[in-house]
Write a protein that binds this ligand. Structure first.
Ligand code: SF4
Length: 753
């Protein structure tokens, strides 16, 4: 699939010089994480280190995008004026396919319901040199692992489980569409230099325990916040014994502990996986630089001296875990789980077991689960729960079908769903979910927050390995422990399930008839990007206007937001997500979740032109129609939460000129700057109280806009009085240029043309 061997050669050719330069500056042995980070610095190691390892610019090797988030990323990229993406990139159609009847029927429905989105993504990919994976080709992270991830590389992806590629030794990080757009356009990517968490694995897995149980255990230890701001590095003899895809599972669920990403060092298992997935040339190259693709020996010998936090797990004594309900960090060893179910009065009857997803759909996973399913057939056990299988890619699906595993699942009553996210992202038209009955399900997915799978807040979702999910689905009972308990079969006999057996890589090799890949045109200049004229889901973007080279006067107060104002308050998700490729339509959700300071109500603000109260987007549209700009005032940590760029683009699109707050969440602040907005903070937080509902604002000092220099704002109160307040900003010179040009993309376009 054109995995860019030349790019990998280039990365490896520079590794030696870059790692050694970093080692000299840092003057200590290096972990694997540090080696890869230093090897991907945009600037020199001395510059980055000199700034105290704070926010650092990196040069990722690759970009991967899933269909929901790719839309705005690519619409923005089109604004950059480039003929092709600056780094190898791919788009994957996986999130928009609803699971209902089974793979074939669901794919037909998705192709018709999402046709315009798929047509757009296929054509824009074709034009700009982006690899396109069609609906049904598979889930982004599994496809990336099978085709693109490589040891020592750095990738960003517009999905939080991009981190899956750490299983193949890559620093892979989930980002918002704006970051993806920047990197595709040839700009650096900024990341706060992370803390390091080391996890030493000793011993070896056996019996019912699998790689999934390692991360379920880690989630129990670190909780959903424990990895925040950190990269987790796994090492030790136990790590070497895990399959490459098992490592992928562990890294995948690193997102559930909030980690920036997770990583394993290059080893024989990774080499075998690369060779097994037709990438022997990558394995050959990696073998030559293997010493740079793992941490220095001194680091692993004395990890307590080199990691900010250290955890040790003995795989030999690790029990299978079941995590949940409603949060992935509530970890129960299986020996204690039945008692927990009873004590907490969770519904013990298991309705559905679901295996697969991007987390656990490797050949090894499927073969181990199938070994349990086969026993159900052989031992005359009837599965008591419904059971579904979501293959991670067409390549895995085709291969496990060829090798008879899908037939085994079918014999047990299993239903194979499309190679897509489906139930994992709420795209599950589950029969009866609307009744909102209390019920239990168990999955081998990664997230189990309320409503995530079927929209029912009363579905108790638990997470476990595919083999444990399969065993419990056969039992139909959450309190069943396959390690110790027996089941009654159709003949009335007591039977016990044997330990699962699996195969890491298919003995006959992987096979696939149509992997679902579309290579981009060699010359995309004649390719037309398809956007239906009256589409409600997609809209081509127009460049934002440049700054008018004078102070901005006469801005009306749109809203003075009170308390928490996350990107969800600014640009709500849920039903609005279908408009994420249509800036004007999605702008109808702008700030509708923010609480108006003056009436403690959401989505009701005063229109200063009429004196009437109305919805925030409608009020702003009225200002825009009258050619009047506006300002949004906010509280602390404005824009925290998801990095979605719509929260910055919508105000820009509707004519808000500045956001003035007590403090910003950093990513949102950067997103505002990229869109050419003014992101300002009160020099004196008490000035927040001076803002009145009928105020008009003049922003002064813009002709002398400079890094570190305050601006002033004149508050023109309705009673005719005026007050001047000072405001701070964090713009550097380059970001000031973004503001002046009307947005970062305008600068890129000017430099390309
Ligand atoms: S399978 Fe689930 S976790 Fe994986 S990419 Fe899809 S929605 Fe995200």
């Amino acid at each position: 699939m054109a995995f860019d061997i030349e790019m990998i050669e280039k990365v490896y050719a520079n590794l030696d010089a870059k790692v050694n330069a970093a080692r000299k500056i840092v003057n200590k042995p290096l972990s694997l994480t540090e080696k890869i980070l230093y090897a991907h610095l945009w600037e020199s190691a001395s510059e980055a280190y000199g700034r105290g390892k704070s926010y650092v610019d990196f040069a990722p090797d690759r970009v991967a995008m899933q269909d929901a988030t790719a839309q705005m990323a690519l619409l923005q990229f089109m604004q950059a004026g480039r003929a092709k993406v600056a780094v190898p990139s791919t788009a994957h159609c996986d999130h928009l396919i609803q699971a209902k009847e089974g793979a074939n029927a669901d794919l037909v429905t998705a192709n018709s319901q999402n046709k315009e989105v798929y047509d757009f993504l296929a054509s824009v990919s074709n034009k700009y040199g982006i690899g396109f994976w069609k609906p049904g080709a598979g889930i982004i992270h599994q496809v990336v692992l099978e085709n693109y991830a490589f040891p020592g590389g750095m990738m960003i992806g517009t999905d939080s489980h991009t981190v899956n590629a750490g299983g193949l030794g890559m620093i892979a990080i989930g980002v918002g569409g704006a970051d993806a757009c920047d990197v595709m356009a040839g700009l650096p990517w900024e990341l706060k230099f992370p803390k390091l968490i080391g996890i030493k694995l000793t011993g070896k897995l056996s019996g019912w325990t699998s790689a999934k149980d390692v991360i379920l255990k880690v989630a129990g230890i670190l909780t959903v916040k424990g990895g925040t701001g950190a990269i987790v590095e796994y090492f030790g003899e136990g790590a070497l014994s895990l399959s490459c895809t098992g490592k992928g599972t562990i890294c995948n669920m690193g997102a559930e502990i909030g980690a920036t990403t997770s990583i394993f060092g290059y080893d024989k298992k990774m080499a075998a996986y690369l060779r097994g997935t037709e990438r022997a040339d990558v394995a050959d190259l990696a073998d030559k630089v293997a010493h740079h693709l793992t941490g220095d020996a001194e680091v692993y010998a004395n990890p307590e001296n080199y990691f900010d936090e250290l955890i040790e797990i003995d795989l030999s004594t690790l029990e299978p875990q079941i995590n949940g309900p409603f949060t992935p960090d509530l970890a129960w060893p299986i020996s204690k789980f039945a008692a927990a179910v009873k004590e907490n009065n969770w519904p013990a009857k298991l309705e559905v077991g679901l295996i697969g997803s991007c987390t656990n759909s490797s050949y090894e996973d499927i073969s181990r689960a199938a070994s349990i399913a086969q026993q159900a057939v052989d031992k005359h056990l009837q599965a008591k729960s419904e059971y579904t299988i979501t293959p991670g890619s067409e390549q895995v699906r085709y291969t496990v079908d060829r090798d008879g595993y899908l037939a085994t699942f079918a014999a047990m009553g299993g239903v194979v769903l499309a190679n897509a996210c489906g139930p994992c992202i709420g795209q599950w038209a589950r029969h009866g979910a609307e009744k909102q009955e209390r019920n239990s399900i168990i999955t081998s997915f990664n997230r189990n927050f309320a409503k995530r799978a079927d929209g029912n807040p009363n579905t108790f979702a638990f997470v476990a390995s595919p083999e444990i999910v399969t065993a419990l689905a056969i039992a139909g009972d959450l309190t069943f422990n396959p390690l110790t308990d027996t089941l009654t079969n159709a003949k009335g006999e007591q039977v016990k399930l044997d330990e699962p057996k699996g195969i890491e890589l298919p003995i006959k090799g992987f096979a696939v008839q149509d992997a679902g890949y579309q290579a981009p045109a060699a010359d995309g200049s004649k390719v037309t990007v398809l956007v239906a004229e009256n589409s409600s889901r997609l809209q081509l973007l127009a460049p934002f206007a440049a700054w008018e080279k004078q102070d901005i006067k006469g801005l009306k107060l749109l809203i003075k937001a009170k308390g928490k104002c996350t990107t969800d308050h600014i640009s709500m998700a849920g039903p609005w997500l279908k408009f994420r490729g249509h800036l004007d339509n999605i702008s109808n959700n702008m700030l509708i979740g923010a609480i108006n300071f003056f009436n403690d109500t959401a989505d009701t603000v005063k229109n200063q032109l009429t004196g009437e109260y109305g919805a925030v987007p409608a009020t702003q549209r009225a200002y825009k129609a009258a050619g009047i700009g506006s300002i949004v005032v906010g509280d602390e940590n404005y824009g925290e939460g998801s990095s979605r760029e719509h929260a910055a683009m919508e105000p820009r699109h509707l004519g808000v000129r500045a956001i003035l707050v007590k403090s910003f969440a950093r990513i949102h602040e950067t997103n505002l700057k990229k869109q050419g907005m003014l992101a300002l903070t009160f020099a004196n937080n008490a000035d927040y109280d001076k803002i009145l509902e009928d105020d008009t604002f003049d922003i002064n000092g813009l002709n002398e806009f400079a890094p570190g220099k305050q601006l002033s704002i004149c508050l023109n109160h309705a009673n005719g009085s005026k007050e001047t307040i000072m405001v701070n900003h964090t713009y550097n010179q380059q970001q000031i240029e973004w503001f002046k040009a009307g947005g970062a993309l305008n600068i890129i376009r000017a430099s390309v043309n």
